[in-house]
Design a protein around this ligand. Structure first.
Ligand code: ATP
Ligand code: MG
Length: 254
């Protein structure tokens, strides 16, 4: 089982979109995949069609585990739009304060997912900040995947992320950087090419996925309808890109 956090401090760079469509792409290839939403915005949960209030979420089990109650992560497991999901809820925003004084608070999620079995890949969709929830995700993970939008100068954000990442490594020695994936990419824009070159200069070329996810409105529309891109429109550029990305992603695990 490979546990992978999808993270970037910057908002709106395609973390959630990548979580859904990479998971759906892998599932199409016969892999068993689980998605965990640890973002209090609950975008991943909502984007898989769960829009009503749910009784039990990741918040429920994080609290139970933190306060020493008997709990099982599969108690909150759902099947949403064909994907296995541990959902989030808006009240997760309270977890930060509530768990602030809990001993070993960085390890709560890691303990919760330890008994999980039968999945090839577990993806954790992180909020756009280095919160206690992001730290929990990174402490639980074997890898971190960083979606990056090549529109603005993203290097400052990436450097800041990597600085925090080094600190997290003290808590989780096994975690590795899987790589950067460029999203909302526009081959016609000079800026996009420039940012890519800068990234290649600063980090090794092997760290940047060759597949770029093009800017494609179908990806946003699919998300709005609570579907993955392959179900929504298998001929869309977004479906082609995420399909290619899935293959490149899998090649790293061969
Ligand atoms: N390649 C793309 N082309 C066009 N729109 C996209 C693409 N990827 C994502 N989007 C849209 O951009 C918005 C932000 O994407 P997404 O929610 O995946 O980002 P995020 O990094 O998870 O954001 P947050 O930091 O708020 O969690 C969404 O409306 C999504 O549908
Ligand atoms: Mg998101």
């Amino acid at each position: 089982m490979n546990v992978i956090s999808i993270a970037n401090f910057k908002g709106g760079v395609g973390k959630t979109t990548t979580a859904i469509n990479l998971a759906a792409g892998l599932q199409k290839k016969g892999k068993k995949v689980l998605l965990i939403d640890v973002d209090p915005q609950a975008n991943l949960t909502q984007s898989l069609g769960i829009t009503e209030d749910i009784e039990k979420s990741i918040y429920t089990i994080l609290r139970q585990e933190a306060f020493g109650e008997e709990t099982n992560i599969t108690d909150v497991l759902l099947n949403a739009s064909g994907l296995d999901l541990i959902p989030s809820s808006l009240d997760l925003a309270g977890a930060e304060l509530e768990l602030a004084s809990v001993y070993g608070r960085e390890q709560i999620l890691s303990q919760l997912i330890q008994p999980l079995q039968g999945y090839d890949f577990v993806f954790i969709d992180c909020p756009p900040s280095m919160s206690m929830l992001t730290i929990n995700a990174l402490v639980s993970s074997d890898f971190v995947l960083i979606p990056l939008q090549a529109e603005f100068l993203p290097l400052k954000g990436v450097r800041s992320f990597l600085k925090h990442f080094e600190l997290v490594k003290k808590l989780n020695k096994k975690i590795k950087l899987l790589g950067f994936v460029l999203t909302k990419y526009d081959y016609r824009k000079k800026m996009n090419q420039e940012i890519k070159s800068q990234l290649q200069e600063e980090f090794s070329e092997a760290m940047i996925f060759k597949t770029h996810i093009r800017s494609n409105i179908a990806l946003a529309n699919a998300q709005e309808q609570g579907k993955d891109i392959f179900t929504y429109d298998k001929n869309a550029n977004g479906a082609k890109d995420y399909s290619e990305f899935t293959i490149e992603f899998l090649s790293k695990f061969m």
